[in-house]
Design a protein around this ligand. Sequence first.
Ligand SMILES: *Cc1c(COP(=O)(O)O)cnc(C)c1O
Length: 234
Amino acid sequence: MPGPALLLPSPVEVLDDARLDAAGVRVLLKRDDLIHPELPGNKWRKLKYNLGAARTAGASTLLTFGGAYSNHIRAVAAAGALFGFETVGVIRGEAHDPLNPSLQFAVDRGMRLTYLDRQTYRRKTEPAVVDRLREQLGDFYLLPEGGSNVRAVRGCTELVDEITEDFDVVCCAVGTGGTLAGLAAGLAPHQRALGFSSLKGGDFLSDDVAAFQRAALGESTGNWEIETGYHFGG
Ligand SMILES: *Cc1c(COP(=O)(O)O)cnc(C)c1O
């Protein structure tokens, strides 16, 4: 698929910090933030196979969902501009006027914004809601909230394949859980994954990660857990 230059594999750096030395812990940073300035990190990995599928399906428009500060919304807007798709962002809640910096960025990259009240937004995976969006906006390739689906899990699994250093635990933040599901799926038997919920009340995320893994791999791997006490208010 033709597209922009991406820094892949992303580099791995050692985090130099006296507190880590004192604790006898070695921390490596997988610098996925450097993959592309507007399409960083796990967002690129989750979109990769979805963009390919959208193109194969002949779709010209990507539609996705997110809150008003969603990094995923930003990334989809950037991906549309970089890979030649129209984009629609369905935003939870009231229309924003003026736009916050995240939504302004999305609009500047050509994304069309539409808003769903919170009650309807909660039902966004139901066919009735999706059908109405199709009636209003025309046909589109649907990316779920946070971009997390089976193709996203596959893309995140590749992150692990790029790491040549040995390690015991891989850590990531968890928003919708697709990244953790993919990382854990790519691990060797002696390794495990630890996710940190970025949401307050993130206990439901374990069910979501298990469901992503069952959909992508046929089973949930037992090598991951989610720490829900470090959301700092969500
Ligand atoms: C989007 C995002 C996440 C969450 O990824 P999920 O696959 O939705 O769990 C974590 N960290 C950062 C920096 C993100 O931008």
